[in-house]
Write a protein that binds this ligand. Structure first.
Ligand code: ATP
Ligand code: MG
Length: 575
């Protein structure tokens, strides 16, 4: 491609709404332009990267025996109503109405549609196992679309669904997908880690998220530093043992009541009483689809709603509104405690509360707290459970080592769905013995456009993007430094022809611009190899090859340069 003809609208300035480096660089390098919040035009450079990622995904998915198909973006409300997700999915589900007043969803994911195919077309055990995938635009009305294509409202996803006769068969295909995903992300040049993740309200199912390591990542991952143990999970899934406060920080004294005027938050109460937040118990009232519950957690920890949902086996769990808290505690918000609640509700406590010793807690009376309360004596707990968000420094639940924390960007997730959708959509098939059976399902997603942002988060410097060769929009940028010089033009044209004919993807900067300007642009768009044709080097029949990452320059004769570039741009499946 000749740069003079290419649409690569580079910019000096970052857009004002860009918070993370990938968003800034994707706009500045002319890859994307915003159409509306969370909705982007993918300009030609970006399109090339998308196609490369799709190619890698296709190769690896096909290798794993999956078949590509394409489902519609619009799916009828009736299908979603059959699984109940028309209502449960929430506001992220974009809904449209046609001229006949019939409702449709703009697909955020395709379990319903694929299971409808399965119940109609996979009728015999002979057709199983089977895995289908598509690469398609998805829609989710994200509450906070941000970080450019990282969290869009319209984005490209690869989604795959597998169908099996037995749980064992699903287990073994899940392992195949685990490896397939690892190969895909490795081939995209990403540093990533697969971690255990939350499987949603109805527990029991296994799921892994593939996290690209990046400080801007929205997910916190906890991992055991002991390689032999290898435990790694997202913070809302990770099970950990929370260290107890040192003896010297424990409270002592007998149970008593204390006037705490206007002190409601953990900070206010601990400041007032000159104690540490970890000497305090927070009492939270949650609504569920049945009766409300009270949940106690140590003052310095945060409650994890995903774990609570899982424990209660209830998809609807929400913090109670003020009026309900007042009804249950008989007082203002901020003074709730497990002793003397006005309604008979279950009281669960996080393990962090179990061994904290004498604690301060709300007294269910305005401006009043209890001091030195002990569980089993001064208040009762129905059950101790794990409902806290794990944090770095907690002990690994498997081996006891203190956990490390790192931030990650979720680029993919694999999931053992079990029979959830095959049951609700009655997707049966006939077994060998003639009986009808419902199949086991797995689903597997990859954020194609999110991979681009994640790759840039990992590969950039103060000059711009540094593409991994595998997904770079071009392999080489060929730069004629003085395009007014006929010798330079002649050599550039010759190299451009030879390299392009040899299968190398060359962006030929044929623009008649200052060399400094061209270097800035080339660094910004991040092509990994520069081929620099200067009058000075041409005098000795040589040209310069420069590496974007290391900025290392080498001088080669013209003949040798072409073969060097060919060698350096050959990609195999193991790259
Ligand atoms: P997140 O937790 O980040 O909202 P998710 O777990 O809801 O994502 P999945 O349903 O697992 O997403 O979708 C599969 C993949 O699609 C994700 O791993 C991610 O890479 C990508 N993805 C999901 N939501 C978005 C989005 N709003 N914009 C871009 N990519 C997305
Ligand atoms: Mg996910």
């Amino acid at each position: 491609m000749r740069w003079s003809k290419a649409l690569i609208p580079t910019l000096k300035e970052s857009p004002s709404d860009a918070e993370v480096v990938s968003h800034k660089l994707m706009v500045r390098s002319g890859m994307i332009r915003k159409v509306a919040p969370g909705i982007y035009n993918y300009l030609p450079l970006c399109f090339r990267v998308i196609e490369k990622i799709k190619d890698i995904i296709r190769e690896e998915m096909n290798k794993a025996g999956a078949q590509e198909l394409l489902m519609p973006i619009l799916s009828p409300a009736e299908l979603w109503q059959e699984t109940g997700r028309w209502d449960i999915y929430g506001k992220e589900l974009m809904k449209v109405e046609d001229r006949h007043k019939k409702h449709y969803a703009l697909g955020p994911t395709h379990e319903e549609v694929i299971t409808d195919i399965a119940r109609k077309e996979l009728k015999s055990y002979r057709q199983l196992p089977a895995c289908f995938y598509q690469i398609q635009t998805k829609f989710r009305d994200e509450i906070r679309p941000r970080f450019g294509v990282m969290r869009g409202r319209e984005f490209i996803m690869k989604d795959a669904y597998s169908f099996h006769r037995t749980e064992e068969d699903l287990d073994s295909y899940y392992k195949v997908m685990f490896k397939t995903y690892s190969d895909i992300f490795r081939r995209c040049g990403l540093k990533f880690r697969a971690v255990l993740a939350d499987s949603g309200a109805i527990g029991g199912d296994v799921t892994h998220e593939f996290m690209v390591l990046a400080s801007s990542g929205e997910s916190l991952v906890l991992s055991c530093p002991d390689d032999k143990c290898g435990y790694a999970a997202t913070s809302d899934t990770a099970e950990s043992v929370i260290p107890c406060p040192d003896e010297k920080h424990r409270l002592s004294g007998s149970f008593a009541e204390k006037h705490t005027p206007g002190r409601k938050t953990v900070e206010e109460v601990s400041d007032f009483l000159k104690i540490k937040p970890f000497n305090l118990i927070k009492t939270l009232i949650y609504k569920t689809s049945k009766k409300p519950v009270a949940v106690l957690i140590r003052g310095d920890r945060e409650l994890n709603t995903a774990k609570l949902k899982k424990f209660l086996r209830d998809g609807f769990v929400e913090l109670a509104e003020d009026a309900l808290v007042q009804k249950i505690t008989g007082t203002d918000v901020g003074f709730a405690g497990p002793r003397g609640l006005k309604e008979n509700i279950k009281i669960f406590a996080d393990f962090s509360v179990k061994d904290m010793g004498p604690a301060v807690m709300g007294a269910n009376r305005k401006d009043t707290h209890f001091l030195n309360a002990l569980s089993g004596k001064d208040y009762q707990v129905d059950k101790f459970i794990d409902v806290s968000i794990a944090a770095a420094g907690d002990k690994c639940a498997k081996c006891g080592m203190p956990l490390d924390g790192f931030r990650g960007i979720e680029v993919g997730q694999i999931f053992k769905l079990g029979k959830k959708y095959s049951n609700s959509l009655k997707a049966g098939y006939i077994e060998e013995n003639g009986r009808e059976n419902t199949g086991w399902m797995g689903c597997y997603g990859i954020g194609v456009t999110r991979i681009i942002a994640a790759a840039i988060e990992q590969n950039n410097d103060d000059k711009g993007i540094i593409w991994p060769l595998q997904i770079s929009p071009y392999h080489v940028v060929l730069m004629g430094l003085n395009m007014k010089d006929s010798g330079t033009v002649e050599v550039c044209e010759k190299l451009y022809g030879e390299l392009t004919d040899g299968g190398v993807e060359v962006l030929f900067d044929d623009r008649d611009l200052r060399a400094g300007f061209k270097f800035k642009d080339a660094d910004l768009i991040g092509i990994p190899i520069k081929m620099i044709v200067s009058e000075a080097n041409l005098k000795s029949g040589s040209i310069e090859i420069q590496d974007r990452m290391t900025a290392k320059s080498e001088i080669f004769s013209l003949e040798r340069a072409v073969s060097v570039i060919k060698e350096r741009t050959v990609l195999s499946n193991t790259d």
